[in-house]
Design a protein around this ligand. Structure first.
Ligand code: NI
Length: 386
């Protein structure tokens, strides 16, 4: 008993060290070279095999044996272009970069789970792929991982995000959409420039753009069911350069957030009709440019319930949490592999992406133990009946 506690204390301080080491040297999406090197070093040291995959950054390790079931546990490893203002002794040593979304916490948790699973390697009824994913913040890392083939054969996948809103010791997830589909758009409105005193000589792009902005809100309020949440935000307007000239071009940019994939797919056409219709009425030309991001993260009911039951067994206070309008590229995995994404309480703390964001490090060891147990229990559930 006391030996077990000693080992756990050692692992707890190890995970704090790991997290702080990553925290000190944050790297942006697709530039996580040093982070990958450190993770590889820690895995090698523990005798955990790392798969040989065509990934520039990030890696996938594997623990377990046999030709039975395979499950995956995933963290993300990238940081953000934010100047840290925590004043912590282990604050970012790299100007303008910060682990302000807690991906250092995620990496330490999943490394901890890997170390715990390694100790039980010969008891595992299958294999666990341990995924350290690059480039979550830019929304494309998951697609790179899927293309690498590193998740081939995986029957269930689980991922985590820390939650500064949930107190340490609590756990949250839900069946169905947990995070939103995140798409970006740009709109260009072209008219004819004119002297501001003689608008009749031009085609006014400012008035046209203003009507487009206002009418676009009817995508939310008139064109889609009130039962299906949609957010459409115009976040940038660029046009004009002085007070007495009407510009010939205005650019708009913004984002659309949805949970329902069918609605998500129908929105570009709805927006195009409004944009082109208003422009035509004004004698201008307007065009929509659509940049799809990750779809909604839709948890599979059976596995969401499974993560909650495992969390309750691990001593967490379990909550059903409401869906969030933020995005998460774990969504791509859940389109192909059953599984669930969960939130681990590390709060109360500043919000994600805040320059004073921090996590409660006492949440590290329980989360690592939870993910090791979750993976092993999932393997047992998937084990073919003899
Ligand atoms: Ni994040």
């Amino acid at each position: 008993m006391s030996l077990q506690h000693e080992t756990e204390d050692a692992l707890a301080s190890r995970l704090v060290e790991v997290r702080r080491s990553l925290h000190r040297e944050p790297e942006l999406s697709n530039e996580e070279f040093r982070t990958t090197e450190k993770l590889r070093g820690w895995l090698n040291e523990a005798g955990i095999r790392v798969l040989d995959l065509p990934l520039k950054t990030g890696l996938i390790a594997e623990v377990g044996q046999g030709n039975g079931s395979i499950v995956a546990i995933r963290c993300d490893i990238d940081a953000l272009p934010i100047e840290e203002q925590t004043g912590l002794p282990y604050a970012s040593a790299i100007p303008g970069k910060m682990h302000a979304c807690g991906h250092d916490f995620h990496s330490a948790v999943i490394l901890g789970a890997a170390l715990l699973l390694k100790k039980r390697e010969h008891e595992l009824p299958g294999k666990v792929r341990i995924l350290f994913q690059p480039a979550e913040e830019t929304g494309h890392g998951a697609e790179e991982v899927l293309a690498s083939g590193g998740l081939d054969g995986v029957q269930a996948i689980f991922g985590l995000h820390n939650s500064p809103e949930l107190p340490t010791g609590t756990f949250g997830t839900r069946t169905g959409a947990l995070t939103a589909g995140v798409d970006r758009f740009e709109i260009t409105v072209k008219g004819v420039g004119a002297h501001a005193a003689y608008p009749e000589n031009g085609v006014d792009t400012i008035v046209t753009a203003a009507q487009i902005i206002t009418m676009l809100q009817t995508v939310v309020s008139r064109l889609n069911s009130t039962q299906e949440p949609v957010v459409l935000s115009v976040t940038r307007i660029n046009g004009g350069f002085t007070w007495n000239v009407l510009p010939e071009k205005v650019e708009l940019e913004g984002t659309v957030r949805t949970y329902n994939e069918a609605i998500r797919r129908s929105i570009p056409a709805q927006m195009t009709r409004i944009i082109e219709g208003i422009a035509a009425a004004a004698g201008a030309e307007a065009k929509l440019h659509w940049y799809p991001g990750p779809p909604a993260t839709v948890n599979h009911g059976e596995w969401a319930d499974f993560t909650k039951a495992a969390a309750a067994r691990a001593g967490y206070e379990v909550h059903d949490i409401p869906p969030q309008m933020g995005g998460e590229d774990f969504a791509y995995y859940l389109q192909q592999i059953p599984g669930a994404f969960v939130n681990i309480g590390t709060g109360p703390n500043h919000a994600l992406h805040h320059p004073q964001f921090d996590v409660d490090e006492t949440a590290l060891l329980p989360a690592a133990k939870y993910f090791a147990a979750l993976a092993e229990q999932a393997l047992a559930k998937l084990k073919p009946q003899a």
